[in-house]
Ligand binder design. Structure first.
Ligand code: HEM
Length: 456
């Protein structure tokens, strides 16, 4: 394994800035490439790198394919980027793969779609206070406003106990990376090339990446692809649907926990199948791998966390080790944050159902991976939006599934195969709608320097 070059890697790829509770994402269109390059050159040392702990603020930068082209990346180097990245997230082919159809379709997006302006650059700004974040953004926008147009300023909202808007603790399970995270469990440890370009992947090879050009040496190395999707959540719809299935509060929370695969406080239902424990002991938050639950009696096969990371679920391979190894070729590192005000401060389901508020809220879903098609897109297509996932018949991901046919709901079941009787929820509506999206590349510091100084 090659050593990890921490000072060359933008920090968000490796760390989530958990102590920086305030974040805003700026999407920019470059109007004057030469002036923007000058700004990049002057500021390249200001981007937060992985060799030091981010203190009160952090900033990182990523580019779309059009953005890289605008800054004169050589065609030779550009062509070595993956097809998915170059085509972008909003093509017809990608929409089919990702389930971005009907109400999710890019034509309807607020940004990143065919009828909205082309995004070139993404600036990701983080701070430990609202005032520090505002000061940071105001400083940057004053500097760059003469040569960029700001297309979006997407704010985020930290929710009670690090939960997402449906009311479930998020950010509990992430893969660990060899050479970066110590004391990680072997089953949950990925080769660095699953995250960083130019490193050895889980197959023992190097995923193709932009390299080897006179002016752009190893351009892709130590960078990573960043998926950004704005996913709007119908929180009231979610709890009203569950409430209609049963009237007692416990039951709607129980059904929701079965859908997620964890209780609201994050406790895995694989370990606590009938009742939420008072506290989640973080040491056991990931102490399960479904190998003792082949039928999904504890954690349903269709639940969100089981199908986005089936762990040791028997996917038809001969033993547990092979199943885990196979699943680990399709992992992502999540960096998303909620946006919009919560329906209720403590996210109590009953209070959220009663709240009278239709402001938009959801998740700015961000994730890193080295191979968009084998990692993020595979999860979305083969696991999330697959009605027949691992022996199921008509069950999409109960949180995310795209259900385009409003009157003939396909994939609208959720099967809870518990003993003594299997239970099925029917006609699940769509709770999450895609409102924007783009594929970015987050380059290394050395690649940023090459880009800033290119004059082809
Ligand atoms: C609004 C949309 C979404 C919501 C509300 C949501 C919610 C959650 C929650 C509550 C968890 C459990 C906490 C944890 O294990 O860290 C989770 C885990 C996870 N989610 Fe999502 N999620 C959303 C979108 C997505 C998307 C689009 C993907 C990928 C295509 C995804 C992939 C994952 C993965 C990989 C895990 C960890 C599974 C594991 O390792 O056990 N999620 N999500």
């Amino acid at each position: 394994m090659q050593p990890i070059n921490f000072p060359n890697i933008q920090s968000l790829i490796l760390y989530a800035y958990k102590d920086l509770h305030h974040a805003t994402y700026l999407m920019l269109h470059i109007e004057h490439p030469d002036l923007f390059k000058q700004w990049l050159s002057d500021n390249v040392d200001n981007f937060t790198t992985s060799d030091c702990q981010a203190e009160s603020t952090a900033i990182n930068i990523a580019f779309t394919a059009p953005g890289l082209n605008k800054l004169n990346l050589s065609q030779h180097t550009y062509q070595q980027f993956s097809r998915e990245f170059k085509e972008g997230i909003a093509t017809t082919k990608r929409s089919q793969v990702l389930g971005d159809e009907a109400s999710n379709s890019p034509e309807k997006w607020n940004w990143g779609g065919p009828s909205t302006p082309v995004i070139d650059v993404l600036l990701l700004c983080y701070a430990d206070s609202d005032s520090a974040l505002k000061a940071q953004i105001s400083h940057i926008t004053t500097e760059i406003e003469a040569y960029t147009t700001q297309l979006q300023e997407l704010s985020t909202h930290s929710l009670f106990e690090r939960k997402e808007h449906f009311g479930f603790k998020d950010g509990l399970s992430q893969p660990k990376i060899a050479g970066i995270h110590t004391n990680a469990k072997e089953n949950n440890t990925l080769a660095p090339g699953e995250l960083l370009l130019g490193q050895e992947s889980g197959y023992g090879t190097t995923t193709p990446f932009p390299h080897d050009n006179e002016n752009f040496k190893h351009f892709g190395k130590d960078g990573s692809y960043l998926v950004f999707r704005q996913l709007e959540q119908d929180v009231k719809g979610f709890w009203h649907y569950l409430d209609k299935q049963n009237t007692e509060e416990d039951n709607k929370v129980y059904l929701a926990a079965k859908m997620v695969g964890r209780w609201p406080n994050g406790a895995p239902i694989s370990l606590f199948p009938t009742q939420e424990p008072d506290h989640l002991n973080p040491a056991i938050a990931n102490d399960f791998n479904y190998s003792d639950d082949p039928q999904g009696n504890l954690c349903p096969m269709a639940s969100h966390i089981r199908r986005t990371n089936p762990r040791a679920t028997d996917l038809g391979l001969s033993n547990v080790k092979d199943n885990i190894a196979s699943v680990n070729h399709h992992r992502i590192i999540r960096r998303g944050r909620p946006y919009g005000k919560p329906l209720h401060k403590h996210l109590s389901p009953t209070a959220m159902m009663k709240a009278d508020d239709s402001e938009p809220r959801g998740l700015h879903f961000l994730c890193f991976n080295a191979d968009l098609s084998r990692q993020f897109e595979f999860i979305q297509q083969t696991w999330v939006n697959n009605e027949k996932f691992n022996g199921l018949y008509n069950d999409l991901d109960p949180l995310l599934g795209t259900r385009p046919k409003e009157h003939d709901i396909s994939g609208g079941d959720f099967t809870i195969s518990q003993k003594p009787m299997r239970h099925k929820l029917k006609n699940i509506p769509q709770f999450v709608t895609t409102k924007g999206g783009a594929y970015f590349f987050m380059p290394s510091i050395s690649a940023l320097k090459q880009l800033a100084n290119s004059n082809q």
